[in-house]
Design a protein around this ligand. Structure first.
Ligand code: NAD
Length: 277
């Protein structure tokens, strides 16, 4: 009896999956997507691309000016979007943008938790607790809060997809970046923990791991290297001879946000130009 019940369940799920992949994997028509760190880099490029594919966006950033610039770029794509200023490490701010998303669009299909900051390069034993805490607050606590409040909505809806921005430092260390490395390992951990918990609830959770991407975050690195004891010869080799453009990461995010990624959950996905090889 138990076996028969199980077979029926699998058939139902398979048929749902077949219907899902029949839908175009590049269409995001009608999907409501929150994006943190939407004012710059990977977040902005993802916003512009996903708007062009029909998504309705809730753009979130600490920086009001750059967030509003992204809103204008999205509107140029004739995309529907709102901007909400928030610090992702502040629970009230996170609750506020989640609430605004539901009030405005009635649901959240995809939560792209992407905001993050880089630390200064420094020896482990010289890392001030305040520097460590700042990185953990934004990169790990921020992702935790974004996940928690989106998952609450998704749990009620019975569907959803959380996409977190981790890094190659989620799976290997970067020299002199202990706090950043720890924060991104933590993002991978949260991703897997939630993926297991919600796997039978129609909610998927995945993480992307960029290597080096040409954004304001990496633009600051040369000066940071000069100001530190970091040994440049150990700086990761860009095997393709270049950084990624943020638009190249946006393609991955847009694919994940689409129904084409329907069998992916708990994945820690590298898009690093071979950096970790
Ligand atoms: P970016 O600096 O261009 O954009 C980050 C955005 O996040 C900015 O608009 C910033 O205002 C916002 N932000 C920062 N702290 C915030 C906070 N507390 N609350 C709300 N918004 C905040 O950087 P990016 O390269 O696009 O980075 C996006 C993500 O990608 C980060 O999580 C970063 O760690 C990750 N990442 C980047 C690279 C890279 O090489 N650029 C590599 C691996 C991972």
């Amino acid at each position: 009896k138990a076996d028969l019940a199980n077979v029926t369940f699998v058939e139902e799920e398979t048929s749902k999956a077949t219907q899902a992949v029949k839908k175009k994997s590049d269409s995001l028509a009608g999907k409501v997507i929150t994006i943190t760190g939407a004012g710059s880099g990977i977040g902005r490029a993802s916003a512009v691309l996903m708007a062009s594919r029909g998504a309705k966006l809730v753009l979130v950033d600490f920086n009001e000016a750059t967030g509003n610039e992204t809103l204008e770029l999205v509107k140029e794509q004739e995309g529907e979007a709102i901007f909400v200023q928030a610090d992702v490490s502040n629970e009230e701010h996170v609750q506020n943008y989640i609430q605004k998303a539901v009030e405005t669009f009635g649901k959240i299909d995809v939560a792209f938790n992407n905001a993050g900051i880089i630390q200064k390069f420094q020896p482990f034993h010289e890392t001030a607790l305040s520097d460590f805490s700042r990185i953990i607050d934004v990169n790990l606590k921020g992702i935790f809060l974004g996940m928690k409040h989106a998952l609450k909505v998704m749990d009620q809806q019975g569907h959803g997809h959380v996409i977190n921005t981790a890094s190659t430092t989620a799976i290997r260390a970067e020299h002199s970046l202990a706090a950043y490395t720890a924060s991104k390992h933590g993002v991978a951990g949260l991703t897997k923990a939630a993926a297991i918990e919600y796997v039978r609830k129609g909610i998927r959770v995945n993480a992307i791991c960029p290597g080096g991407v040409a954004t304001s975050l990496t633009a600051a690195v040369p000066q940071m290297l000069q100001d530190s004891d970091y040994m440049p010869e150990e700086f990761p080799n860009m095997r393709m001879g270049r950084y990624a453009e943020p638009e190249e990461l946006a393609e991955l995010v847009a694919f994940l946000a689409s129904d084409g990624s329907s069998y992916m959950t708990g994945s820690i996905i590298l898009a690093d130009g071979g950096l970790t090889l």
